[in-house]
Design a protein around this ligand. Structure first.
Ligand code: SAM
Length: 202
């Protein structure tokens, strides 16, 4: 399990993150962002080429050495000034109020305490700044939710701790962010993995 978790799982998770179903959602998640951005759970940097030119700097938080290595080709091609901001979204190496916006895509499902990470983002994003979240998660239909509960333990073991039944709306609200936009629906694919939420909050 050691080699699987540290070596193979991040590669498989990153391949899954390249799903075409996610592409337009990623574009919508980062559109119109401005100024300094912190992204938690950066992975292999799949959002990086999509950031608009109005983003003036990016700090990324990512614990997996495999993911950080896989991000290198995208980082090499990106014009956005970039720094790593530590290894844990639950404890970010940035001062208070130092960013204009925060982005989290498909990572609240994997971070051990997603509410703690979102509270930490409230600390580093300036007052009036914005949070953008894109996640899969808990389905609204009982039948799908039953399948998600059945599959959750397996998913956590094979997909680097990823939970199928995380509720991103509740996580964002419980962490003190005020939702300004909520867009949720199923995308094409197996339903337990395919109920997506695109959220914006202040
Ligand atoms: C499913 S991947 C998503 C990667 C990327 N955000 C994307 O959309 O392609 C989840 C990511 O969260 C990262 N992660 C796990 N625990 C974390 C933590 N405590 N803080 C920050 N990132 C974490 C994983 O290493 C992984 O890169």
């Amino acid at each position: 399990m050691g080699i699987y978790r540290s070596f193979l799982a991040p590669r498989l998770v990153d391949l899954a993150c390249g799903s075409p179903a996610m592409a337009s959602w990623r574009v919508r998640c980062v559109e119109d962002l401005e100024g300094s951005v912190v992204e938690v759970g950066f992975g292999a940097g799949r959002n990086l080429p999509l950031y608009p030119a109005t983003v003036t700097s990016l700090v990324a938080v990512e614990p997996s050495p495999v993911m950080r290595q896989r991000a290198q080709p995208r980082l090499a091609q990106s014009p956005i000034p970039f720094t790593w901001g530590g290894l844990d979204g639950q404890k970010i190496d940035l001062p208070d109020d130092s960013c204009d916006a925060a982005v989290v895509t498909f990572s609240l499902c994997t971070i051990a305490d997603p509410r703690l990470a979102l509270r930490e983002l409230r600390r580093v994003v300036r007052p009036g700044g914005e949070l953008r979240v894109l996640e899969h998660g808990r389905a609204p239909d009982d039948r799908v939710l039953r399948w998600q509960r059945r599959l959750d333990g397996f998913e956590r073991r094979v997909a680097d701790g990823c939970s199928l039944i995380n509720d991103p709306v509740a996580c964002v609200q419980d962490s003190g962010w005020i939702l300004t936009s909520t867009y949720q629906r199923y995308v094409r694919g197996p339903k337990p993995w395919c109920y997506f939420s695109s959220l914006r909050a202040h």
